[in-house]
Ligand binder design. Structure first.
Ligand code: ATP
Length: 364
């Protein structure tokens, strides 16, 4: 019998709806061909435009729909021109991380050919950065202290979240090792030489490492990690770090891959997960059929893999891999990629190329 999954779809702002529509079409086609699973999509409202229109950025019924879904697909939210009264941008995606306790921000960095990366690496790169997504320096979001003469923000690391985070990191390294994707290594990225909070973070990491004797564990300072990500990124397997460090390093990872338009992500908790591209809503190119849909499609592929693994549906995991392989198959042809990564394709042209790579045996 086919397993049914409900997917809450946040079309979001700016280029959001343009990159979501072709992604859903690909998922619909994949599930129609499957005897093992089906996906039921429902649109959920949130975002900056909604706030501008109604005064509410993330209505309660949308929160409930997200909570009740088996998985959440989110494109991008926020518009620089629409802000809360305190000047901050509308970011329901950040609220979701807290609401659903999505502590593990998973940011894969995969580079298959030297054409893809501006640094022209001669070796393939395949590592995963895990960014803690509910606390760290972002704990201070909206509650920082500002006087006429100084501003203070507080970084928070808790035992409870760190333990869950490190367990997740070691399990991911184990899965990658089983799938021959990595050597089985987790690196804790911190600044334990300067801050007591990071010494605490590292201590909790080391404690978790003791329970995973088959996986190698080590540490790196965040500044050195930034250097090595540029100099020798192929040495990494799984990196795990605090929220703000992870925010910055994941954009560096996106840059290594050739741009934000190729960087997928997943925010994962024990019960829920949100899959969304690393980029924002790119209002400068919205409505022009120019946006790169690949990061969104790769995020949808991560969703299939996550649902498949969680529910023991091997063919769903395989479909996720097929979908991401189809994206990578397009990267070497300028006619199949959008302008942000050096091509000439439109949003719809690039997604049609993925469709053809996925479903047309004769496609070249
Ligand atoms: P946020 O703060 O919400 O992450 P941001 O302000 O950092 O967003 P983005 O919206 O990600 O910025 O856009 C940064 C630049 O990258 C813009 O010039 C935008 O056009 C470009 N960009 C982002 N995503 C894409 C995409 N999918 N395709 C093409 N260009 C993109």
């Amino acid at each position: 019998m086919s397993a049914q999954f409900s997917v809450a779809v946040f079309n979001g702002d700016g280029i959001g709806p343009e990159i979501m529509a072709p992604t859903i079409r690909l998922l619909e086609k994949l599930q129609r061909q499957s005897n093992d699973y089906s996906l039921e999509f429902s649109d959920v409202c949130a975002g900056a435009q909604l706030y501008a229109d109604t005064g509410s950025a993330f209505p309660d019924e949308s929160k409930l729909a997200a909570k009740q879904a088996d998985a959440i697909l989110l494109s991008a939210m926020g518009l620089p021109s629409v802000r809360y009264a305190d000047g901050t941008e509308i970011s329901p995606q950040l609220d979701l991380r807290i609401e659903l306790d999505l502590f593990a921000g998973v940011r894969p960095v995969r580079i298959q050919s030297d054409e893809q990366t501006p640094l022209k690496f001669k070796q393939a790169v395949d590592f995963v950065l895990i960014r803690e997504s509910t606390e760290g320096l972002f704990h201070s979001r909206g509650i920082g202290n500002v006087t006429a003469d100084e501003a203070t923000e507080t970084l928070k690391i808790t035992r409870k979240t760190s333990e869950k985070l490190f367990k997740f990191a070691f399990e991911l390294a184990g899965t990658r090792m089983k799938n021959q994707q990595g050597p089985g290594r987790v690196t804790c990225v911190d600044k334990a030489n300067v801050f007591r909070s990071f010494a605490f973070f590292r201590e909790l990491f080391d404690k978790e490492a003791q329970g995973h004797s088959g996986i190698h564990s080590d540490h790196a300072y965040v500044d050195a990690t930034a250097l090595w990500m540029v100099e020798k990124p192929w040495v990494f397997d799984v990196l795990v770090t605090e929220n703000m460090f992870g925010d910055i390093l994941s954009d560096l990872g996106a840059g290594l891959m050739g741009g934000l338009g190729l960087a997928p992500s997943a925010d994962i908790g024990e019960q829920h997960a949100v899959f969304q591209p690393c980029h924002g809503s790119a209002p400068d190119i919205a409505g022009q059929n120019k946006a790169n849909p690949f990061a969104m499609i790769l995020s949808a592929a991560m969703m299939l893999e996550w649902l498949g693994q969680r529910n023991n549906i091997a063919s769903m995991v395989i479909d996720g891999k097929r979908l991401s392989d189809a994206v990578y198959a397009c990267l070497s042809d300028n006619n199949k990629i959008t302008a942000d990564i050096g091509g000439v394709a439109t949003t719809l042209g690039a997604s049609s190329a993925v469709d053809a790579a996925l479903f047309d045996d004769h496609y070249e």
